[in-house]
Design a protein around this ligand. Structure first.
Ligand SMILES: [Zn+2]
Ligand SMILES: [Zn+2]
Ligand SMILES: [Zn+2]
Length: 423
């Protein structure tokens, strides 16, 4: 090889290398600019603002690993991820290891966050979920150890296994009222000190809150089962105890929860039983349940719609006579007044009507004595003629009485014979 040939060759080689590298650079730059990432969805990356925008209307692909994402080669450069309204799902592994993003706002259209979607996003501090979110996948925010704040709206129905495990900076969380199940290990080794479980949480998975720093736990009477180790190993101390459980329900309801083994830190906490019944002010309606009579007190009952009631006596009613009868009057006499007939109450012993006093009757004397005096008033009423001395004459004639007897006897005999002879 001559020197010239050598030089020409090296120039050619250099040009080729330059061309190749330029074309690679161009191709790769063009591929990273934009593309599809699901049915109806596109992604665009703005290199200057280091912003990845997902737009369109649809569901993002579930990637089988983080290497399969279109933006994987520059995922660590992404400062900001903008997910526009219309996106319904963030696919599995979509933003795993996007270590530069610090905050993300999810649109109301988003219904689902896939498995491992934000796994190990080590700079992620704040997540705002939209009002349409229903499911948070397994490991969705696992190992986001800088995460300080996230809201779980009422629309969220379930939180996946390991969804927030190793979120060691997360101090507190209120889970929305739509959530029914919390996956196993969901908050395992998180920094939670306070957690409020939504009103409808029924199932808490195994180890869901173990190795947290829980001091206060609020839960409702919908909880049916708590998995083994769900609240074990708190506070990194051998004491390992939760201070307070604010239980919206009764102690009876609490005792119906199926507690898995190894939940002593929860069971040994101080349980406060909170009633959510609205404060009720009694409003009583009075009813006369027993009327008062002349001889018996009545009863007035005051009842509230809640079932509470009390009674009060009604004083005697001197005009309400129940058992009455007509009684005859009493004639006045020469010494005593009388009274008219009327109606008498046998309950109270009082006259209801009539019973007017009749003045002394100077003519109504008792049977007179032999001298014509009234033994009652002592007055002389009438002169009595002394009967004449009886004349004692023997009398053989049958008396009127005797005569009548004989006449009747004869008639009876005549009748007897008349019957006997058939006349
Ligand atoms: Zn009441
Ligand atoms: Zn009476
Ligand atoms: Zn008299």
């Amino acid at each position: 090889m001559t020197k010239t040939t050598k030089k020409t060759f090296s120039i050619l080689l250099g040009a080729l290398v330059l061309l190749m590298s330029l074309s690679i650079c161009f191709v790769s730059f063009a591929a990273e600019e934009s593309g599809g990432c699901g049915s109806g969805l596109t992604w665009t990356y703005n290199d200057a603002s280091r912003t990845l925008t997902i737009s369109g209307n649809g569901v993002m692909n579930d990637y089988t690993s983080y290497g399969a994402r279109p933006w994987n080669s520059f995922c660590s450069d992404i400062l900001k991820i903008k997910i526009e309204n219309g996106v319904k799902k963030i696919g599995d592994y979509a933003f795993q290891y996007c270590n530069a993003i610090t905050k993300i706002e999810l649109p109301d259209s988003l219904e689902s966050i896939g498995n491992f979607a934000f796994y190990s996003c080590h700079a992620l501090v704040s997540v705002t979920c939209g009002s349409g979110l229903k499911t948070i996948g397994n490991y969705a925010f696992s190992d986001c150890y800088a995460l300080v704040s996230i809201n779980i709206p009422d629309s969220v129905e379930s939180i996946g296994n390991y969804a927030f495990n190793y979120c060691t900076s997360l101090p507190s969380l209120t889970i929305g009222d739509g959530c029914i199940g919390i996956g196993s290990n969901a908050f395992w080794y998180s920094g939670l000190k306070d957690v409020v479980l939504g009103k409808n949480v029924q199932v808490i998975g195994q180890s869901a809150f173990s190795y947290c720093k829980l001091i206060n736990v609020t839960m409702y009477n919908q909880v049916e089962s708590i998995g083994q180790y769900a609240f074990s190993y708190q506070n990194d101390s051998s004491a390992s105890i939760i201070s307070h459980v604010y239980y919206h329900g009764t102690e009876v309801e609490k005792n119906e929860i199926q507690f898995g083994a190894d939940n002593e830190p929860l069971l040994n906490a101080e349980w406060h039983y909170i009633s959510d019944e609205p404060v009720h002010t009694h409003a009583y309606t009075a009813t006369i349940t027993k009327a008062a009579t002349c001889s018996a007190k009545g009863v007035k009952t005051f009842a509230c719609t809640c079932g509470d009631s009390y009674t009060e006596d009604i004083p005697l009613d001197p005009t309400n006579h129940v058992h009455t009868e007509n009684r005859s009057g009493l004639a006045a006499t020469c010494t005593e007044t009388g009274y008219t007939a009327g109606v008498y109450c046998t309950d109270c012993g009082k006259w209801v009507s009539g019973h007017a006093t009749v003045a002394i009757d100077n003519t109504n004397h008792a049977a007179l004595d032999a001298n014509g005096n009234c033994p009652r008033c002592g007055k002389h009423v009438k002169d009595v003629e002394k009967p004449a001395e009886p004349t004692t004459q023997p009398n053989n004639e049958p008396s009127e009485k005797e005569l009548n007897f004989f006449e009747r006897l004869i008639q009876m005999i005549l009748n007897f014979f008349a019957k006997l002879f058939g006349r």
